[in-house]
Design a protein around this ligand. Structure first.
Ligand SMILES: [Zn+2]
Length: 138
């Protein structure tokens, strides 16, 4: 009888370890941190300029929505079509943001980053930065 109890105890511990490991993998797969800690990115020198949703920045068709159909608020990047919507980028001095917008003048290694006001966009101006681009679908 003693041996049976020891075996079931070991079974419990193995189950716990497997459960914790599985849970850790699940949580790790969905957190931002796992994306950021991943070495699965490359850096590109980008010409980063700023914009807001006003008519000066977006023309007469400015409607407050991104090209991907999202409300233009928070941290949003407008990138050339070679970077699909949903691509995660880390722009130094701006933050980690997602590509959700396009623009007629956004070609080559050029990005536009969204600011909440025209003045804030003017304050950023234009910068040459090493931008981290995270590969999607990992
Ligand atoms: Zn503006």
């Amino acid at each position: 009888m003693k041996e049976v109890r020891i075996e079931s105890g070991i079974g419990c511990i193995v189950f716990l370890i497997v459960a914790i490991f599985t849970f850790g993998l699940f949580v790790g797969a969905v957190t931002w941190e796992s994306v950021l800690e991943s070495p699965d990115y490359y850096e590109v020198e980008m010409n980063v300029s700023a914009y807001c949703t006003c008519a000066k920045c977006c023309g007469e068709f400015a409607d407050g929505y991104t090209a991907s159909g999202k409300l233009a608020e928070g941290l949003i990047i407008a990138a050339p079509p070679k970077y699909p919507f949903g691509t995660i980028m880390d722009v130094p001095g701006y933050g980690v943001a997602v590509v959700e917008d396009r623009g007629g003048a956004i070609k080559g290694n050029k990005l536009d980053i969204l600011f909440p006001s025209h003045q804030a966009a003017l304050n950023w101006g234009r910068k040459h930065l090493m931008v981290k681009i995270y590969k999607k679908g990992k």
